[in-house]
Design a protein around this ligand. Structure first.
Ligand code: NAD
Length: 511
């Protein structure tokens, strides 16, 4: 990578301008691969949230924005895609040095997905039923009725640190496609790429349509979710914080979508093609050091294949190269922080204490040139019982639990025995067998002979405690619009409005 930004200062982004926080305080953003400070970012306050919400509210009142024709909106969405592609290198750099994601993944996948999402949304929005006419009702009299879909208003978009840019676009694209305005709150570890993206987007939308207030969940996040003028909350993060947000949103009955955690089951059937299933399963769990919500962290293996599968998994895992994420040859980068590293290591300790067998990894790793980074060896446990803590709780790190099974009913029962229901997978050569299993799995996305394959035109979201609502595709536009039924009477004569007599029994309606 050639882009170098040094220690850059990022104020808040409000009403199309950079603005320092009301108390002028900043916090440091560190590179998880080195521990070095890469940016100083304004620490937002409640007053800053107020300013951003006001700017977003004012922008929402602008009818030119709110009621823009979908074809015009499509042009804006395509222009945003163009901005992303034009500034791909800088965005990828900012994303990598703050999130620890490998530049290979970000450049070859994330940036392309982001641009494609806006282009996909541009196509979807011109077809979307913003207005639907209903047939003439048989009762109580002729009328013209239609249903409008209208934007909700000011949306608070609160995002996590694992895929800051991609997840931000999952909220920005449908919100803008439907005429809403946004106040974004990225995670404190990873605000810088979102700030730059907002600045790029602001060059093609009116001021105040997109705002970013950085700071902690306890200050900025709380101020947003409790703000009386925020109309919608779009949250991605842990189930624990999601529960809290849902309870707070109840106070002002805010429209809320939640994309939460996962503990996704990955099932090898006895006829699986292991030459694909083994690398595919590791792709499913170790990509981004296991810090993806839909990671396949519980691998269910039939008894008679167990030893062969484990041997293959361990051999393949040993080929994975930990390294500096900016190095194009690195397979796995660091985890996000020292505290996340400690949490993962304590789960590994718990796994050992629970009686699982550590067959691979389980230790911290040192990467030459990145001695201050937070690296953990990709780790595999066998002899895991589905009831163990390491099989029930989201570790959000490079840890795979291998669980044996003998009967199909048993494995489906175990797969669904989780509070989560985000993703699942099944590996088999028989597509009929696959569909029979897929029907029974409680998950918002199920892959057959693959993993992590999300599409910008397909819905993504969770069953059970993995969330409420869907992102991406036309379904995400449903989450950013509200329905208005409009009735026009086609009965001009009073005496024909017989239904008024339900109230007026003492008045002659025939005059
Ligand atoms: P987190 O829940 O700790 O934080 C997410 C965001 O919420 C951050 O911006 C944080 O500052 C903010 N926040 C924290 N407390 C808040 C509060 N009281 N009020 C308002 N905002 C608050 O999650 P994380 O550690 O950043 O991310 C990891 C989690 O995200 C994992 O559980 C992962 O599964 C989940 N995730 C889910 C998806 C999905 O699409 N389902 C995608 C990525 C990550």
């Amino acid at each position: 990578m050639s882009v170098q930004v040094g220690i850059r200062t990022f104020p808040l982004f409000i009403n199309g301008k950079w603005e320092f926080s009301s108390n002028k305080e900043t916090f440091d953003v560190k590179n998880p691969a080195t521990g070095d400070i890469v940016a100083r970012v304004s620490k937002g306050t409640k007053e800053d949230v107020d300013r951003a919400v006001k700017a977003a509210q004012l922008a929402f009142k602008n009818e030119n924005w709110r009621d823009m024709h979908p074809k015009e909106r499509a042009k804006i969405l395509n222009a945003i895609a163009h901005q992303i592609v034009t500034h791909a290198e800088e965005l990828a750099y900012l994303e990598s040095v703050s999130s620890g994601g490998t530049i290979r993944r970000i450049a070859q996948s994330d940036i392309l997905q982001m641009a494609d999402l806006f282009q996909t949304m541009a196509k979807i929005v011109v077809e979307y039923p913003f207005s639907e006419t209903l047939p003439v009702p048989p009762f109580p009299g002729p009328a013209h009725n239609f249903v409008w879909r209208e934007p909700i208003g000011v949306c608070a978009a609160i995002t996590p640190w694992n895929l800051p840019l991609v997840i931000a676009t999952w909220k920005i694209a449908p919100a803008l496609a439907t005429g809403n305005t946004l106040v974004m709150k990225p995670a404190s570890y990873t605000p810088i790429s979102t700030l730059r993206l907002a600045e790029l987007i602001s060059q093609v939308v009116p001021p105040g349509v997109i705002n970013v207030v950085t700071g902690s969940g306890g200050d900025v996040g709380e101020a947003l979710i409790n703000h009386p003028d925020v109309d919608k909350i779009a949250f991605t993060g842990s189930t624990e914080v999601g529960r809290h947000i849902m309870s707070q949103a109840a106070v002002t009955v805010k429209n809320t979508t939640l994309e939460l955690g996962g503990k996704s089951p990955n099932i090898l059937l006895d006829d699986a093609d292991l030459s694909i299933a083994l690398p595919g399963s590791l792709f499913g769990v170790f990509l981004h050091a296991g810090q993806l919500c839909e990671s396949g962290t519980r691998l269910f293996v039939p008894d008679h294949l167990h030893d062969q599968v484990v041997e293959g998994l361990v051999d393949l895992t040993k080929t994975l190269k930990l390294g500096n994420p900016l190095d194009m040859t690195t397979d796995i980068g660091p985890v996000i922080s020292n505290s996340q590293r400690d949490t993962i290591m304590s789960y590994i300790e718990t796994g050992k204490q629970e009686g699982a067998t550590l067959v691979c990894g389980g230790e911290l790793a040192t990467v030459p040139g990145c001695e201050g980074g937070y690296f953990i060896q990709p780790t595999i446990f066998t002899n895991v019982k589905n009831s163990m803590k390491i099989a029930q709780e989201e570790i959000f790190g490079p840890v795979l639990s291998v669980i044996r099974y003998s009967e199909l009913d048993e494995v489906i029962e175990m797969a669904n025995d989780s509070i989560y229901g985000l993703a699942a997978g099944v590996w088999t050569r028989d597509v009929n067998k696959a569909y029979a299993v897929v029907r029974k799995l409680q998950a918002g996305v199920v892959w057959i002979n693959d993993w992590h394959m999300l599409r910008n035109d397909a819905p993504f979201g969770g069953y059970k405690q993995s969330g409420i609502g869907r992102e991406m595709g036309k379904h995400s536009l449903d989450s950013y619009t509200q329905l208005k039924h409009v009735h026009t009477s086609l009965v001009p004569e009073l005496h024909k409005r017989t239904y008024y007599q339900i109230l007026f029994s003492n008045t002659d309606m025939n005059q």
